[in-house]
Design a protein around this ligand. Structure first.
Ligand SMILES: NC(=O)c1ccc[n+]([C@@H]2O[C@H](COP(=O)([O-])OP(=O)(O)OC[C@H]3O[C@@H](n4cnc5c(N)ncnc54)[C@H](OP(=O)(O)O)[C@@H]3O)[C@@H](O)[C@H]2O)c1
Length: 505
């Protein structure tokens, strides 16, 4: 009865739905990501009635004894995240969740899983199967190999219907990424590998192309003739929390630049795709990554600022230095902050400086893209100090767009002042931005790869990052200390001040 009711609801034509039944096998179903992102995303999808009537979510792990204990733990995590939980929605979701006790190193468990999925397939006839690896990256290749070895891809339907979803990080340099990709593509085709960069699921990241391409006022001037500089800052206020071991190997360059930062940069600077297909958009992004990888970084020492957070006292509370965090060596040289100035040597962007910045333990959590336009005003106003037009695309915590333009100060003698026109998407009443995992899960279930990173994107971005790492070592680039919860190293301000510019955060 309940199912029919749900199916008969009138569908919102602006909303994406998942039409086909599926089996979703979540390896690492007991971990942090599953508790805090994936299951809450499924809850939201169930609440929005986006899921099909028959699906299964099979979550593997070892730490819970049984189904009841697992469901209770999921419920507790949801409760900690949400103000209210609708019992009917939770019931409809928990009815679909199966806890499957499995160790990655026990082959018998995979044989049992195959039988389990087979039985479910016979009864429920899913049209595809998604294997989501929410586990440490060291398990990615071996898990994929076990899926093939124990025939989990072939049960009930043809092999190419199975999809593989991989969390970040995809490798730790170009060589390891190539090795991982080789292992995965021996089993899954590129079409069925979904590499997650959760930034791509964010509302305003999805909006970049719309803002650029559907507004003639921006589209016509999206080039070196009218744009003075581009800034992207992805600032975090948190420290490394309990991820010290992972972070000290990765640092800000692999944690933020190789993936999120370069993805945002590619969407801002790529050439216009001729159609909105995943393949076409990816090709345009790849062209940016190729140019980055070909960049001559011989003078990188003038264009880079590396930093690491030091302790600080804020409101009489001591904030630990990076080196005092758990699992961080006392002499760690890992950068928790990076600012970079670079150029793209193509027709559209030649000569336009692009400033990138990201760091942990900065004063405010804020991710924004700032496009500063050139001064190009009428001669008659040349004797006045006039600010450049500035477009801000705000990714988080606020989502929206702000445009700074010039106007006459009221009741003045033609004094010119800048004012801001604001569109705040996240402030709108009754609007709750979908969580990025909600968006990504919907798309992966529908087989849409637009918001996932292709192998070419990953490989060229690693090529660029490896080159920066190599040059940083060769040139012994200094690691500046900066006080926790500050604006970062002073040298990062200088990087722009030397060009007569400033950061917009
Ligand atoms: N957490 C986040 O917010 C976040 C954000 C972005 C990306 N990621 C990525 O997502 C992935 C998962 O991260 P996480 O934070 O969820 O990790 P986590 O909390 O450590 O969870 C790891 C999961 O793997 C399972 N596992 C580990 N070893 C196993 C083994 N030998 N056999 C069977 N199961 C095993 C654990 O199950 P049991 O302990 O129950 O056995 C647990 O479910 C990583 O690649 C991470 O980089 C995470």
């Amino acid at each position: 009865m309940e199912k029919n009711l749900i199916n008969n609801l009138v569908k919102d034509k602006d909303q994406k739905y998942i039409e086909n039944n599926f089996q979703f096998i979540l390896f690492g179903g007991t971990g942090d990501l599953a508790h805090n992102k994936i299951i809450p995303a499924f809850y939201n999808l169930a609440a929005k009635n986006i899921l099909p009537p028959n699906y299964n979510l099979i979550a593997t792990g070892r730490r819970y004894e049984n189904q009841a204990e697992y469901l209770q733990a999921l419920y507790n995590s949801l409760k900690a995240k949400k103000e209210t939980i609708d019992d009917k929605i939770w019931q409809s979701l928990s009815d679909k969740i199966e806890y499957f006790n499995l160790s990655f190193t026990n082959d018998d468990d995979f044989i049992k899983l195959k039988k389990f999925l087979e039985d479910k397939s016979a009864a429920e006839k899913p049209s595809n199967r998604i294997f989501y690896l929410a586990t440490a990256p060291g398990f990615f290749a071996s898990l994929a190999q076990k899926l093939e070895k124990f025939n989990l891809l072939d049960v009930g339907f043809s092999k190419n219907k199975s999809r593989l979803v991989i969390e970040k990080p995809f490798g730790h340099d170009l060589e390891s990424a190539q090795e991982l990709n080789k292992n995965l593509t021996e089993i899954f085709s590129e079409k069925n590998i979904f590499r997650i960069d959760h930034y791509l699921g964010k509302e305003m990241i999805q909006d970049i192309m719309v803002i650029r391409l559907t507004n003639p006022i921006f589209r016509a001037i999206w080039n070196k003739n009218q744009i003075d500089n581009i800034q992207i800052y992805l600032n975090e206020s948190e420290g490394v929390k309990d991820r010290g071991k992972y972070y000290d190997d990765a640092g800000v360059i692999k944690d933020m630049f190789q993936n999120h930062m370069l993805q945002v940069l590619s969407l801002i600077t790529m050439e216009e795709p001729s159609e909105l297909t995943a393949a076409e958009i990816s090709q345009k992004k790849v062209a940016v990554f190729k140019e980055l990888a070909d960049n001559d970084l011989s003078n990188i020492d003038e264009h880079i600022v590396r930093g690491q957070y030091d302790s600080n006292i804020i409101n009489e509370q001591e904030i630990k230095s990076y080196r005092d965090e758990d699992e961080i060596p006392a002499d760690s040289e890992t950068a928790t902050f990076l600012a970079l100035k670079l150029f793209l040597n193509n027709q559209r962007w030649q000569g336009v400086p692009i400033y990138l910045k990201s760091g942990k333990r900065l004063k405010e959590k804020e991710a924004t893209i700032a496009i500063e336009f050139k001064s190009n005003f009428h001669n008659a106003y040349q004797n006045q100090q006039i600010e450049n037009n500035l477009l801000l695309i705000k990714i988080q915590p606020d989502e929206g767009v702000s445009l700074r333009f010039n106007t006459r100060k009221p009741a003045s003698n033609n004094k010119i002042i800048p004012v801001n026109m604001e569109f705040c998407q996240s402030c709108q009443q009754f609007f709750n931005s979908p969580e990025n995992y909600e968006v990504l899960i919907t798309d992966m279930l529908n087989g849409d790869k637009t918001l996932f990173t292709s192998w070419e994107e990953v490989s060229y971005s690693w090529k660029f990052i490896d080159k920066i790492q190599q040059k940083t070592t060769e040139k012994s680039i200094k690691l500046h200390q900066y006080p926790a919860l500050s604006n970062g190293p002073e040298a990062a301000q200088q990087l722009l001040a030397a060009d007569g510019r400033k950061w917009w955060d």
